[in-house]
Write a protein that binds this ligand. Structure first.
Ligand code: NAD
Ligand code: MG
Length: 400
């Protein structure tokens, strides 16, 4: 690789942000941290600024930024800023090459779009931004000649298994033109794959966030337990790989060794495998098309006892079915279900609703929504706003 890549990491204090910084620290001759951003955790951000000395650090609120400035006083020359606008501006900064989009939820949309509009190399972990804006997002990638590389382990695996002709078309070419007949999207089934389905209503927060294979942020951990995560990933795959719902099959693979597969017309199926560690897809995308050290141990096949596959059971995972139906229904539906789910998962994490209520809130919000097909950014943001209000109202009904 030639010049040093200047990086912005959106969501630096989170699970993906920290894994990204770990890979960067192992490859300092190739990557430099230009800016870090985070929500409220000023203490963690101060540690990161001292360790990585970015030119800028942005917190979501003014109070968190003040706290950070106080913590950094004599320790770092980092310039501290706050707010979404500052995050978006830094993503588009002329000195920046690459943006890691790893804010959780819809809050990631505008900074990520800013990076796309500036034609940057965008490493996309924040699947919610693509789910809520689909066509608009992909059109902007094409228009501004941005490079979009998937970080979600399944999509990164699929990307790695695609022929290079498809890797280079940024989701514009049809899979069938290059001999691909199917995308096999794998998922572990989360912590409740074998739990008695009648007891799912009593699931606690700590049980729901205890993923058997991956260590992740709270929201995506709950989404993995409901398999809404796989539903969001289904929609994400449709946009990233320019395919239809019937081009994608969801396969349950509890061991998370295969991260997804691509099936070809000649009967070949290519799989990407590895230990479940997000540093692998992060390193892949950072260095693409080259390879760098990610600090991840290789798989030891003699340690693998079970290697199994099943079909998802929609009665156990109704959120998966709902998301696939929303994918068929169009952008208004996917924006709505994404927003409702964010509100419902947050209410579950706060102890306001039960685990199985997450589906009820999502389904009722989708049923009640009167969206036209959200196309422009204003229509998308309005659709997202209305769905949040509606979901919050259903939650009040569940609580009382
Ligand atoms: P996390 O909760 O660990 O971290 C989220 C980050 O976003 C934190 O830095 C937080 O400060 C920041 N943030 C939260 N709200 C914000 C706001 N309003 N404004 C600005 N910043 C805000 O989450 P995570 O597990 O790292 O996931 C991040 C994204 O990556 C999600 O979209 C998730 O779906 C996706 N992803 C994560 C994994 C994983 O293994 N963790 C795997 C695939 C995809
Ligand atoms: Mg994933």
């Amino acid at each position: 690789m030639s010049a040093v890549q200047q990086l912005v990491i959106l969501g630096a204090t989170g699970s993906i942000g920290l894994s990204t910084l770990d890979v960067v620290a192992r490859n300092q001759q190739q990557f430099k941290v230009f800016a870090l951003t985070a929500g409220q955790n000023a203490k963690k951000m101060a540690e990161l600024c001292i360790a990585h000395q970015p030119r800028y650090a942005v917190m979501a609120s003014e109070s968190a930024a003040k706290q950070l400035s106080a913590l950094l006083k004599h320790e770092s020359k980092t310039q501290v800023m706050h707010g979404e606008k500052a995050m978006s501006e830094l993503c588009a900064h002329v000195d920046v090459d690459t943006v890691m989009s790893a804010i959780v939820g819809a809050a990631g949309l505008l900074p990520t779009l800013s990076a796309v509009e500036a034609g940057k190399k965008v490493l996309l972990a924040n699947k919610e931004s693509l789910v809520m804006s689909g066509q608009l997002f992909i059109d902007k990638v094409k228009k501004h000649k941005a490079t979009l590389l998937p970080i979600d382990s399944e999509h990164n695996a699929i990307f790695q298994c695609l022929p290079s002709a498809l890797q280079n078309t940024q989701g514009q070419a049809k899979l069938g033109q290059h001999g691909v007949s199917k995308i096999l999207l794998t998922g572990s089934g989360g912590p409740f794959l074998n739990r008695d389905i009648n007891t799912l209503n009593t699931v606690s927060v700590s049980e729901a966030v205890a993923h058997p294979n991956w260590s992740m942020g709270q929201k995506i951990s709950v989404d993995s337990a409901t398999m809404m995560n796989k539903g969001l990933e289904f929609i994400e795959a449709k946009w990233l790989f320019n395919c239809d719902a019937n081009d994608i099959d969801v396969v349950i693979h509890p061991q998370s060794i295969i991260h997804s597969m691509v099936q070809y017309q000649d009967g070949s199926i290519l799989a990407q495998m590895g230990n479940p560690d997000m540093r692998t897809p992060i390193a892949h995308a950072l260095a693409y098309p080259e390879r760098i050290d990610a600090g991840v141990k290789p798989l030891n096949f003699s340690d693998i006892c079970d290697f199994s596959f099943t079909k998802p059971d929609f009665s156990r995972y109704p959120n998966l079915k709902l998301a696939i139906a929303a994918c068929d229904a169009g952008q208004g539906a996917t924006t709505t279900v994404n927003a409702a789910n964010e509100i419902a998962v947050n209410a579950f994490l706060q102890g306001q609703i039960g685990f199985t209520d997450i589906y009820k809130v999502n389904a009722q919000t989708l049923d009640a929504a009167q969206f036209t097909d959200a196309k422009t950014l204003d229509e998308i943001l309005e659709c997202d706003r209305l769905a949040r209000i509606s979901a919050a109202q259903f939650i009040t009904k569940v609580v009382h």
